[in-house]
Design a protein around this ligand. Structure first.
Ligand SMILES: CC(C)(COP(=O)(O)OP(=O)(O)OC[C@H]1O[C@@H](n2cnc3c(N)ncnc32)[C@H](O)[C@@H]1OP(=O)(O)O)[C@@H](O)C(=O)NCCC(=O)NCCS
Length: 148
């Protein structure tokens, strides 16, 4: 598995991955394109055998990172691709002196909540009815520690 920065040429594949995810925000081509124009935004992709099989998008601020989006193609799940993408996000955070990584996740998205908890994210609050005025968002945060 290889992780690299995304190119605009990856956008169709990112759309294809997100289309198949139940809880994904569905950015579509426009949404992914917009991120390339945002100077705090970073999109990374994970390649397996030359094919993009997952991605993560985050915003890098001076003291924290907002992890906006992570998704792995269905056929690649539970093979640590998601964990590798988050490890890379943590590496970016550490290199930029960020202490916290923050995210919001639909409380109903139990696989994602379990995934984040396994990595070490902690629950930090709730935004009631945040999604479609129906589902709560769970706020989670991860403390970036110095490497030993
Ligand atoms: C959440 C997601 C990114 C995880 O990616 P992944 O590559 O499958 O995760 P990993 O293989 O790195 O999983 C690491 C650990 O997280 C936990 N985990 C991952 N998926 C899980 C699931 N479906 N149910 C329970 N625990 C899960 C497990 O502890 C797992 O370790 P294990 O396989 O040894 O038990 C993936 O399920 C996904 O793309 N979901 C759809 C998109 C989404 O909901 N994104 C989050 C909101 S934007």
């Amino acid at each position: 598995m290889k992780i690299r920065r995304a190119f605009k040429e990856d956008i169709p594949r990112l759309c294809c991955i997100e289309e198949k995810c139940r809880f994904c925000p569905k950015w579509g081509e426009k949404g992914f394109k917009r991120e390339f124009e945002n100077r705090v935004s970073v999109t990374i992709v994970l390649e397996e055998k030359g094919k993009v099989q997952g991605f993560a998008n985050f915003w890098l601020f001076s003291d924290s990172v907002d992890l906006n989006y992570i998704a792995v193609a269905k056929e690649m799940r539970r093979r640590l691709a998601g964990s590798k993408l988050v490890e890379k996000v943590i590496e970016y955070a550490r290199k930029n002196g960020c202490r916290w990584i923050n995210l919001e996740v639909n409380r109903e998205n139990l696989p994602a909540v379990a995934f984040y908890e396994k990595i070490g994210f902690e629950k930090a609050g709730i935004r009631p009815k945040f999604y479609n005025n129906q589902y709560d968002a769970l706020l989670m945060k991860f403390e970036v520690k110095d490497e030993d």
